[in-house]
Write a protein that binds this ligand. Structure first.
Ligand code: URP
Ligand code: ZN
Length: 452
């Protein structure tokens, strides 16, 4: 039995074409007009709809624990929610575990997800200051199919600069890509101390206490180290226009630097921290200004930023409201399910991005950067049959109640989107259609990356 999607506007790497797409045994076997079908085939009429490669959310934290709590979404609820928003693959994070090698830690994470994920998945391996690493550790990861390593420049887990340089020198040999959470820890600590001295500790100080300069300084420092060692780097959740401009300048000078931003930095501002229950909007880096939003959209338009991700790290409002200060907080928001609707509506429908640019940011570029291409991220013969069908006319008012994250709320409450996914297909299986989640059991698989 094949799955055949008929008459859609298919977004391929060559542009949008009117075509059918045929999937057999989980893999795309044909593109073309008027493809033949048999009566056993599962046929979907996509007339008037966009047929996109399944969205890849390359930055999720499902089932993440820290000293203050565990995320509301585990692998099962997180992947279900993402599926209802047109995501077919997500890239989560594996943390190093005490007494285990990096690969063993990753295998542990994978074993815990096995049988629970509705979507295909992959991992960025975290490299922290508390866990030593060697070239052999990284080589073991590449042999297993892990192409990206995540470093925090702030938090207790941060990696000091001398260790970052050691890591960058090693990946020059292994070909892995190091991805950075960029906030300068010295600045974050000194701002915190100053704010605490002045008794400015409420949630309304979240953005001011983690200012633009912390991201800018971290990005500058990372670019300088990467330039010295001559390796590419990638910056996660870029939140400031200045950091984006600095990355653009480095690219113009020939440096390989890549990056992502997230819908919340494009659509919400730090004014949210003045609202009731401002904890709903707390994440790091914090929300910024309208000027930043303009520059981040420009960064996506010009290709300075290659990816759109969510940093999905969901807590319930109840969990969030436990803490009433910006210095002790469950940082992170739900986002996977609203990634495509928000970026289509605000990006394509409002003329900021072409549909091809959006698909590049949501699927093709993350697949290429993280070694999953061409298995993922593209509609082409031989690629996995991961497809998202989007109705460009469908209007929805986003509300936490109707979304599927265990967070139970969305920071985008009340935003009206035009353009919404109406079907999500994972390797030929329809797992979401017309508002109904259809997967009977989690059939997601770990996907190995090709390391350059
Ligand atoms: O606030 C956030 N972003 N929480 C998740 C961890 C991280 O920094 O990515
Ligand atoms: Zn994150």
């Amino acid at each position: 039995m094949a799955t055949v999607i008929k008459n859609g506007n298919v977004v391929t790497e060559q542009g949008v074409i009117k075509s059918d797409v045929k999937i057999v045994n989980g893999v795309i076997t044909a593109l073309g007009v008027d493809l033949e079908t048999s009566k056993e085939d599962q046929v979907i009429d996509a007339s008037g709809k966009f047929v996109l490669p399944g969205v890849i959310d390359a930055h999720t934290h499902y089932n993440m624990a820290n000293q203050l709590g565990v995320t509301a979404d585990d692998v099962e609820s997180g992947s279900k929610s993402a599926a209802c928003g047109g995501v077919t693959t997500y890239i989560d994070f594996a943390s190093p575990l005490e007494g285990k090698s990096l690969l063993e830690s990753l295998l542990d994470k994978q074993a815990n997800a096995e049988g629970h994920s509705y979507l295909d998945y992959h991992y960025h391996m975290e490299i922290t200051g508390q866990h030593d690493f060697s070239l052999e550790d990284l080589q073991q990861l590449t042999r297993y199919g892990i192409s990206s390593l995540k470093v925090y420049t702030t938090y207790a887990d941060r990696l000091p600069d001398d260790q970052i340089k050691k890591l960058l020198a090693m990946v020059k040999e292994t070909g892995q890509l190091v991805i950075f959470h960029a906030e300068d820890d010295d600045l974050i600590v000194s701002f915190r101390e100053e704010f605490q001295k002045q008794n400015k500790t409420g949630v309304e100080y979240h953005a001011e206490s983690r200012p633009h300069i912390a991201e800018v300084k971290a990005v500058q420092n990372l670019l300088a180290m990467a330039k010295e060692i001559d390796v590419p780097i990638y910056i996660v959740h870029v939140s400031t226009g200045e950091a984006c401009q600095i990355m653009k300048k480095a690219q113009e000078e020939g440096q390989k630097v890549y990056g992502e931003t997230c819908p919340h930095y494009l659509l919400l501002t730090a004014d949210c921290y003045k609202k009731e229950q401002a904890q709903r909007y707390m994440m790091t880096p914090p929300l910024r200004t309208e000027k930043d939003q303009e520059l981040l959209w420009k960064g996506l338009q010009e290709g300075t930023l290659q990816c759109l991700t969510t940093d999905h790290c969901s807590y319930t409002v109840e969990q969030k409201l436990q803490f009433n200060t910006c210095f002790k907080a469950l940082n992170g928001i739900p986002g996977s399910e609203t990634l495509l609707p928000l970026t289509y509506s605000e990006g394509v429908a409002k003329g900021r991005l072409s549909i091809e640019q959006l698909v590049a940011c949501l699927a093709t570029n993350p697949a290429k950067l993280f070694g999953l291409y061409p298995q993922k991220g593209v509609i082409g013969v031989g690629s996995d049959g991961d497809i998202t069908i989007l109705d460009p006319e469908k209007e929805v008012i986003l509300t936490g109640e109707k979304l599927h994250s265990a967070a139970g709320y969305t920071p985008f409450e009340g935003i009206k989107v035009k353009g919404y996914p109406v079907a999500t297909i994972l390797r030929g299986n329809i797992i979401y259609q017309d508002g109904e989640f259809l997967a009977e059991k989690p059939q997601g698989r770990f996907v190995k990356a090709r390391v350059k």
